[in-house]
Design a protein around this ligand. Structure first.
Ligand SMILES: [Zn+2]
Length: 261
């Protein structure tokens, strides 16, 4: 029996009476498990509600994909999220993206901490584009794609020098090479222009602690260009996400647009 802490990414009924649950755990990465009788019995209470952080015990038999969850208790519910449409949309988007991009059973405490931090943040702060976009950047960073944001994909040099030079206005994106191209290597025929501010935003947000994200202020169009770059990047590089709709992202974007107009 293994004891773990984890955040509920997905939960749905399975074989009528059971529940199939996907959990981002603190020590064992993302795991999928069955909770027997969870649909009708009160044994698990509301432990498997989305976004809950639970303490649970499970059995992992060799050769099986699914673990068997025997006990689960809520450690922290993020019920504050559910009183507000923007917060639910954002939390739903974050957990969905994390579910789709993380690998099964690939331990990453950093990823667990990131998700926990963002759920806290969403509960305590007003949702902003900065928060949504910063999550995408930090998620890619924790999944090992950091170099895409701070290095030129053509020559491998750090983009920091180019960013310090305020006379330089242009970078480029090459999605098929996997990221941003510096001013020396620009412009290969396939590249699209990416303005300096957007590259700066992506780099600043990657290294800014989660608690300070809300104090960053970049222009809305910059954030949207950054988000578009990440969207294209995720669609191109992440298996199975070529046609990912980013619906929750679109919903959120429209809500936030309404607010800023
Ligand atoms: Zn270069």
């Amino acid at each position: 029996m293994i004891e773990e802490t984890g955040i509920i990414l997905r939960a749905k009924p399975h074989n009528e009476r059971d529940k199939l649950i996907h959990i981002l755990t603190e020590r064992h990465g993302k795991i999928a498990g069955i909770a027997k009788g969870a649909v009708h019995s009160r044994r698990f209470g509301g432990a498997f509600d989305l976004f809950n952080c639970i303490q649970f015990r499970y059995v992992d038999k060799p050769g099986r994909d699914l673990v068997r969850i025997d006990e689960a208790n809520i450690k922290r519910d993020f019920s504050g999220l559910c009183q507000n449409l923007e917060r639910i949309s954002a939390a739903g988007y974050f957990t969905d993206l994390c579910y789709r991009l993380s690998e099964e059973r690939m331990p990453s405490r950093e990823l667990f901490i990131l998700m926990a931090h963002y759920l806290y943040l969403l509960e305590s702060t007003e949702v902003s584009m900065e928060i949504v976009c910063s999550f995408e950047v930090k998620l890619l960073d924790r999944l090992g794609y950091a170099s895409v944001i701070h290095q030129c994909v053509a020559c491998g040099n750090s983009l920091a020098n180019d960013l310090r030079n305020t006379n330089l206005h242009d970078f480029a994106i090459s999605i098929d090479q996997g990221g941003i191209i510096c001013s020396n290597c620009y412009p290969p025929a396939t590249a699209k222009r990416l303005d300096r501010n957007t590259v700066l935003w992506l780099n600043v947000v990657r290294t800014t602690p989660v608690q300070q994200i809300s104090s960053l202020s970049f222009a809305f169009p910059t954030l949207l260009r950054g988000a578009d770059f990440l969207k294209e990047f995720i669609r191109y590089h992440c298996p199975g996400l070529e046609f990912y709709g980013f619906q929750s992202h679109d919903l959120l974007e429209s809500l936030l647009r309404e607010k800023t107009q």
